[in-house]
Design a protein around this ligand. Structure first.
Ligand SMILES: NC(=O)c1ccc[n+]([C@@H]2O[C@H](COP(=O)([O-])OP(=O)(O)OC[C@H]3O[C@@H](n4cnc5c(N)ncnc54)[C@H](OP(=O)(O)O)[C@@H]3O)[C@@H](O)[C@H]2O)c1
Length: 410
């Protein structure tokens, strides 16, 4: 039987193979698909750095690109502090951390609760962090968390009354770094501190930021504009923050050792991207599944998106010279807009953001105080309402009347 088969192959060719023309077309198609996939996978990080003992604080480390970055840094021995909006007791979070510890072989992974949609939550965490003497070690902050409103969904507002995308993507980072600034500047001079901001090429299409009040307004709001605006504001703030760090005169006279780096991971298949593509709808999800092979072909994986973060975190060149560099596809890029470097515009935005935070925090403090007062009032009224009943039970007269009633009944 095999001899018969081989003889047929030698004299007549493989019966199930298409003819030469079809074979050629198939090969060309496969090469094109392979090239698209190879291109969309993006560049890989080749930088290495000793991460043992380094403390890395990361937002958005529970999903997509942030999770892939956290895993790779943990595998290299870094201590990871995940800033998450869930409670550290959340069962899914506990599972996630256990999994991360197992995959990385690193037990030094913890979570701290910080809801980036709340100024109060950010302040609570950051003040706890800086309220430590001597200052706690901090080698890296990775600001990877972000939110977006899918197209067609209404504008969302946080419990503190701020537009959600502006708050989570920009204002929370402004607030966090403003409070952590003394802890960053107090690090010893031989430490190479990096602050990585996740950005996105959508910043190029953003309308001008001015003092940020437009971002809060309902008028002309669209999900795309809100996201682009938040990323542009974040970059303007990042450069201003680098200036703020540079202007600090260290008591030991050493040069500034903290650098801001912007990282554009490129379009990646993450839960955030899926939410955007599917518009947060079931029919969108169905279409996404049907066209999954196209998504797979065009977008990189979360791991692919993490490569530029790993490069920014580990390449030795970023530990020297000025900060404020933009990294994409594991290489330094120029900004596509000049207004990012406009110091007057950045100052205007900084001052307005400070004022906004001050106002909202004051209003929220008053609201919380009133709420507490109401609760205490409610408690004391409840206690007062219960008191006569307690007195009745303890009252001997009542006890006598009760026994009298019992006697009568007999
Ligand atoms: N994916 C892309 O194609 C792409 C392209 C360019 C730039 N980027 C940027 O890269 C970064 C990572 O993107 P991604 O797609 O990997 O993100 P993602 O999958 O959407 O994950 C977002 C992360 O942010 C966290 N987060 C959201 N709201 C939060 C809040 N209120 N408090 C605390 N954490 C909150 C999420 O936590 P939960 O999971 O617990 O909600 C999650 O860990 C983002 O800054 C994004 O703008 C992404």
């Amino acid at each position: 039987m095999p001899i018969h088969f081989f003889a047929e192959v030698v004299y007549k060719g493989i019966p199930w193979l298409p003819d030469g023309r079809a074979m050629f077309k198939l090969t060309v198609a496969l090469v094109i698909v392979g090239l698209i996939k190879w291109y969309s996978m993006g560049a890989s990080n080749t930088a290495e750095r000793q991460m043992h003992g380094k403390i890395v604080m990361i937002t958005g480390g529970t999903s997509g690109i942030g999770a892939a970055t956290a895993l790779r840094l943990a595998q290299r021995g870094a201590q990871i502090i995940l800033l998450v909006h869930q409670s550290p007791q959340d069962i899914f979070l506990v599972d996630f951390i256990e999994d991360l510890r197992e995959k990385s072989g690193n037990e030094m992974i913890y979570a701290e609760q910080v809801d980036l949609s709340s100024l109060y939550s950010v302040r609570q965490f950051a003040t706890r962090w800086i309220d430590n003497a001597p200052p706690r070690r901090l080698d890296m902050i990775i600001l990877c968390a972000a939110t977006l409103t899918p197209a067609g969904k209404p504008r969302a507002v946080t419990s503190e009354g701020l537009e959600e995308v502006w708050m989570v993507n920009y204002l929370s980072n402004f607030h966090l770094l403003s409070i952590l600034s003394p802890a960053i500047r107090a690090q010893p001079p031989d430490r190479d501190i990096r602050i990585l901001f996740a950005t996105c090429s959508s910043y190029i299409t953003s309308p001008p930021i001015e003092d940020g009040t437009e971002a809060m307004k309902k008028k002309d709001w669209t999900p795309t504009k809100a996201y682009a605006r938040s990323k542009l504001a974040l970059m303007m703030f990042g450069l201003a923050f680098q200036k703020h760090l540079d202007s600090y005169q260290r008591p030991d006279g050493a040069p500034v050792n903290a650098r801001v780096l912007f990282v554009d991971p490129g379009y990646s298949r993450t839960p955030g991207m899926r939410r955007w593509l599917t518009r947060g709808t079931l029919w969108g999800l169905a279409l996404y599944l049907v066209f999954w092979q196209n998504v797979y072909l065009i977008l990189k994986s979360s791991e692919g998106g993490a490569q530029s973060f790993l490069y920014a975190a580990m390449d030795a060149t970023f530990g020297r010279g000025p900060g404020g560099k933009l990294i994409k596809e594991c290489q330094e890029m120029d900004y596509a807009r000049t207004d990012i470097k406009d110091e007057t515009a950045a100052k205007k935005l900084w001052e307005a953001s400070e004022k906004l935070i001050e106002r909202v925090e004051r209003e929220e403090a008053v609201r919380r105080a009133l709420e507490k007062k109401e609760q205490e009032k409610g408690k004391s009224e409840k206690a007062a309402g219960e008191k006569p009943a307690e007195q009745t039970a303890a009252n001997p007269e009542n006890k006598q009347s009760k026994s009298r009633r019992q006697k009568k009944a007999k």
